[in-house]
Design a protein around this ligand. Structure first.
Ligand code: CO
Length: 464
């Protein structure tokens, strides 16, 4: 019997897409033992923006969150999303940080590490992959992930080649990551068939979002075309900018006679549990009804929904909404000049800001952002297609871009962080939190120490 398995995203991507990753651990702890019986392929519960959000907004230790999930879900594969050499942040880190981060992620409970790079420069995946293999347990899976986008250089053949390359590098599974939700059913069919033909037994996973309204059609076509795993969210945390609904796709699979391994009663219990949680955040305003709706504009402009709303906010701030149409038209031009990078963090911000700047100054690349210059220098890796020559000249002048791997020029970061933190860091995990997000982690660690100091005083008083 054909099998399609499910990755449940409620704790990571659904949380990130619908409520800016502000779901506290305490809000889902109680359901974890039940979720452990659902029969998911995996639960995506860590990485992405969760780490930053724990430290910045929730006053939670992200490592402790992971250990607690592990403790309450001993039988389910726990999955994280890792931005390759960027880890969970927005800059490139030294290899020592990447290796340690992967080691401790596995040690604290992660089984599946899904590793991607914004512009699909696979040199940015190598260190994380090697570390995953080095510290792997018998449950560990290294998943090679491709940022999906549409452009003249992103053909089906190109994606098939990328997948072959990832398999050759040693990844155990392959994932197509359609963060903007712009993959059509037609494209899914050709991609999945092409990839499955080329890589044989290697499991292929499709990750998409409902943003433009196509996800259910796209996933259905992917299922018909041989996909092995799909990412879905429990139905009350599905749709809009989130994933398609777990129970709905489960139902569809049943009608196809496809085995899913899911326990119907349990997945319904999971949804029942999260309904009041969602309502609480709708009432508090943290879940914006807009993020729950379908926005087909992304299909017209080829721009992810979040990027569009960011651009509108920036233009409004500058009292320049009359430039909106011009800025929108400028985006494809800037993206082309930059060699068609997929519009995912940090490229979406870079392209959006540059397009707005070009329109506001009335002259293309008169002002070039620090980030775009770094991209031209090769600090993010190699662009999918060559960068426009005029732009290169304007950004770098006579400076030469990096020929090798930029990350080889970064100094080791862990020794300095250890020295700086002293006894504020109680573990290697604390040191890594600091390297990843210095300000947020330092504040968190200081508050934790103060809280402990208070506790000690209290105990002594009580002993009197
Ligand atoms: Co996503």
């Amino acid at each position: 019997m054909r099998k399609v398995q499910f990755t449940e995203t409620v704790m990571r991507d659904a949380n990130q897409s619908l409520m800016a990753t502000r779901l506290p651990y305490a809000d889902f702890e109680e359901i974890l033992p039940t979720m452990d019986k659902a029969g998911y392929y995996s639960v995506e519960c860590w990485g992405g923006a969760t780490f930053d959000s724990c430290l910045r907004y929730l006053n939670e230790d992200p490592w402790e969150r992971l250990r607690n999930i592990r403790k309450n879900m001993p039988n389910t594969r726990l999955q994280m999303l890792l931005r390759g050499q960027n880890l969970l942040g927005y800059k490139h880190y030294h290899d020592d940080v990447v290796e340690k981060f992967v080691e401790l992620s596995i040690k604290n409970g992660i089984d599946v590490i899904r590793i991607f790079d914004a512009i699909n420069d696979f040199r940015n995946l190598g260190t994380a992959l090697d570390a995953t293999k080095k510290y792997a347990t018998k449950h560990t899976i290294a998943s090679g992930c491709i940022s999906y986008t549409q452009s003249p250089v992103h053909t089906v053949d190109k994606y098939v080649e990328m997948c072959k390359e990832l398999v050759k590098m040693g990844f155990d599974t392959l994932c197509l990551k359609d963060m903007a939700g712009t993959m059509s059913p037609y494209e899914a069919e050709h991609l999945i068939k092409g990839i499955k033909d080329a890589v044989g037994e290697v499991p292929v996973i499709l990750h998409t979002h409902c943003t433009t309204g196509m996800a259910y059609m796209t996933l259905t076509k992917a299922i018909e075309s041989g996909v092995d795993v799909i990412d879905t969210a429990t139905s009350c945390f599905s749709n809009g900018t989130s994933q398609a609904a777990t129970e709905t796709l489960f139902y569809a699979c049943q009608q196809y006679g496809i085995e899913t391994g899911l326990n119907e009663k349990v997945i319904n219990q999971v949804n029942d549990f999260f309904k009041p949680v969602k309502q609480k955040y709708i009432d508090s305003g943290l879940i914006n009804p807009k993020s729950m709706a379908t926005d087909s504009q992304a299909l017209v402009y080829k721009v992810p929904g979040g990027m569009l709303s960011n651009m509108i906010a920036n233009l409004k701030d500058m009292n320049a909404m009359d430039k909106f149409d011009a800025a929108l038209l400028e985006i494809p031009a800037v993206r082309k000049d930059l060699g068609y990078p997929p519009l995912v963090t940090p490229m979406s911000q870079m392209v959006g800001v540059q397009a707005v700047t070009n329109v506001l100054t009335g002259s293309r690349y008169k002002n070039i952002s620090k980030e775009v210059k770094a991209y031209c220098r090769g600090e993010y890796g190699a662009s999918p297609a060559p960068i426009n020559k005029t732009l290169m000249m304007m950004a770098l002048g006579n400076e030469k871009p990096y020929e090798g791997r930029y990350d080889d020029t970064i100094e080791p970061e862990i020794p300095a962080a250890k020295k700086y933190l002293g006894d504020l860091a109680e573990s290697e995990e604390d040191v890594l939190s600091y390297v990843a997000f210095p300000q947020q982690a330092e504040k968190f660690l200081k508050e934790r120490r103060n809280k402990k100091a208070l506790k000690v005083t209290y105990t002594i008083q009580e002993a009197d």
